[in-house]
Design a protein around this ligand. Structure first.
Ligand code: SF4
Length: 315
């Protein structure tokens, strides 16, 4: 498999680019994810022109429009950093990124919960870093996460699933652009979308049904926007259980009463969080192969990312 390009805050790769000359190396990134992803490192502060080491900075003012200021000497780098971010984001357009992992809590790279200090010196945790915020405004549908959330199994699985969906969408745009191809893409992702948001599945179904009457470019833009918005919602145990029961319905004529009972019991054990999602999925995949069920065979829900990543062993 060709590696997928993912942007990343440079210090997470172990590069000594932090204000104190250190790094924030993340083992999971370099030891597990590197097998599937090609990194595009970005250090906004260094690329903007600040030295290593340098004076620490923080955000001050209004959380919605904070200023990036050095802590001790009060030098304001906001407009310089915004200008650099604009140029950098235009360059990044050519990289074809399918995701970005940001350093949490950084006044430059953070994407949420960054401390913003009021004039009285009181911090609130409601800010986004200058570059992190600019990235999300420029690329609203590219999946993003920070290193803190990356270590939450559910948020990690969600992030990586979105990366693979987005990558398949990019491949789709390169190879197919007919309505028939869009219908096929949508059909293969139906159960995956259902596991995140029945509401978004229904909206996407309407878009596809209306496809022939729509301008093609506008349709595709709207389709991927709604899709990425929907799958950002967490696939909870309740939502996954609904999908698993729906899938179990496909085997009602093939399974013996005993096997049927066993499958329902395993789904229930997953619902009660006694076993992880991978357990019912393995059994279902076994039945799909055994009974040659063509609609289910094509569902990305049953294999949304490489099994070796073991993401569903922990959710
Ligand atoms: S958090 Fe961002 S700005 Fe700070 S060192 Fe890491 S990459 Fe550079």
């Amino acid at each position: 498999m060709e590696k997928i390009k993912i942007g990343i805050s440079s210090c997470l790769l172990g590069n000594n680019v932090r204000y104190d000359g250190g790094h924030k190396w993340d083992r999971y990134v370099t030891e597990t994810l590197e097998e599937y992803f090609e990194w595009v490192p970005v250090c906004p502060e260094v690329e903007y022109g600040l030295p290593i080491p340098r004076e620490a900075m923080h955000l001050v003012g209004e959380p919605a429009t904070p200023r990036l200021v050095t802590v001790r000497t009060g030098i304001d780098h906001t407009s310089g950093m915004l200008k650099w971010s604009d140029k950098k984001l235009k360059d990044i357009e050519n990289e074809e990124l399918c995701g970005f992992i940001f350093k949490s809590r950084s006044p430059s790279s953070g994407i949420s919960g960054v401390k913003v200090y009021t004039p009285s010196g009181m911090p609130s945790r409601r800010g986004t870093g200058i570059f992190g915020g600019a990235f999300m405004r420029h690329f609203p549908i590219i999946p993003v996460i920070d290193d803190g959330r990356l270590h939450d199994p559910q948020l990690r699985e969600n992030f990586i699933e979105r990366i693979f969906v987005y990558r398949r969408w990019k491949d789709f745009l390169q190879n197919n652009t007919s309505i028939k191809d869009l219908v096929a893409f949508h059909t293969e992702h139906k159960l995956l979308i259902l596991s995140h948001s029945p509401k978004h599945l229904s909206a996407l179904g309407k878009l596809v049904a209306d496809a022939k009457r729509r301008d093609r470019k506008e349709l595709f833009t709207e389709y991927i926007r709604v899709l990425m918005e929907g799958i950002q919602l967490i696939a909870t145990a309740k939502k996954n259980t609904n999908v698993l029961l729906h899938i179990a319905g496909y085997f009602k004529k093939n399974l013996s009463p005993d096997d049927k009972q066993e499958l329902l019991e395993i789904i229930d054990q997953y619902h009660r969080k006694y076993v992880p999602l991978i357990v019912p999925i393995v059994i279902i995949n076994h039945y799909i192969r055994k009974f040659n069920e063509p609609y289910l065979q094509k569902q990305y829900y049953l294999c949304p990312h490489p099994l070796e990543m073991m993401l569903r062993n922990h959710v």
